[in-house]
Design a protein around this ligand. Sequence first.
Ligand SMILES: [Zn+2]
Length: 456
Amino acid sequence: MRPFFLILVATAAAWADQLQVGRAAVVITPEPGTPMAGYYSIRLATGTHDDLQAKAIVFAKDGKKAAMVACDLVAIPAHTVEEARRLASQSTGIPGENIIISATHSHTGPIIIGRGARDAQYGGNHPAVKRFMEGLPGKIAEAIGKANAALTPARASVGVGKDGSVAFNRRFHMKDGSVGWNPGKLNPNILRVAGPIDPDVAVALFETTDGKPLATYVNYACHLDTVGGTEWSADYPYTLSKILGGVKGNDMLTLFTIGTAGNINHVDVTNKLPQKGHQEAARIGTVLAGEVLKTYTRLTPVEDAPLVTRRERIQLAPAKVTPTDVDRAKTIAAKVGTADNPKFIDTVFAFKALDAEARKGQAYDTDIQVISLGKQAAWVSLPGEVFVELGQAIKQASPFPITIVVELAHGPTTYIPNRAAFPQGNYEVVSSRCDIGSGEHLVETAVKLLKEAYQQ
Ligand SMILES: [Zn+2]
């Protein structure tokens, strides 16, 4: 009996040190009739094409735990992130600062309360939205709790594929000297594209120690705005999950997060092909799934190294507006929804100026988080919809061979352009609730945290 007992003890000890991974998903689809997000108009949901979910992966190693959650939502405001972390921490013991909660940016989810004047105009005060927002932190915490309960010894492997065929920078230098935003297909006034895309298709595969797939984590920088219509849908990650599940088994969770895609969407202006609807979402999801399947064959196993987390609280200065801006904004806002409906960009300006005025100069509290497993790969989370140039700057300066940058992981839920874009103006810049330099502040902090994590 004695030698057998010793073997058992030795096995248990080895398990305690080994990486464990758990995963779970919770349906968060709102009730029909709830106002939908994504555009400058009111539209009420009529049904469900595919369920919206909060998907969670929990890591445990050497007594330490961390979690990553992606929600099929256009954004998640800061207070929802904080409340979900608090609830999850209470039920699982995972420290809130080790929990990254992000939105995928699906435009076929509910409107999200937390973006001021604009939300109020487009259905943010609807009782169904309020009910949804009240229940959301609990559902996110439930996903983390289930993933935590499902922890099992696991191995991880990581890799990066490339696809430059479905993502496009949507800002263009125009012949009149301006910078255009989504200028339209085959627009003859386009001179050249104003910025890059990030073709990285980051893949992390988690399997049990005997090779059963647990979860695939995928990150790609492109807006989730392909479906349209009035049915709930996770957009192209729905197809991505379906195809990967078909190959690896439906027990496997596919968790998609959006990379820095503030100025990146799926619209190809060089042809006339229609690009809206479920078929377009299916096309993009299929292309990405294909790249993930190819990347599976050349993943690098993650070495047996500590689970490292870092978090820094930072403050972002709000956009500055003048009294003249505010007066103009009030005049424009009064016309929204009337027969004299203002031009789109003027509406965008008006809601931004009113929100900026209401903040009275108060900075946005936010945070940046890093999770790393060994020296091969790290995740870094950022608030807002971040310009692709900023995400690329983080990847280039990061000491990790693979750095996965996740946007929309905290408030403020606003565009965060790079410094160079501000003087160029147009949609994202006009809309941004943050002051010039906020994006570079994110990069600086993210790179500092990544370097610290790498030294561990
Ligand atoms: Zn967006």
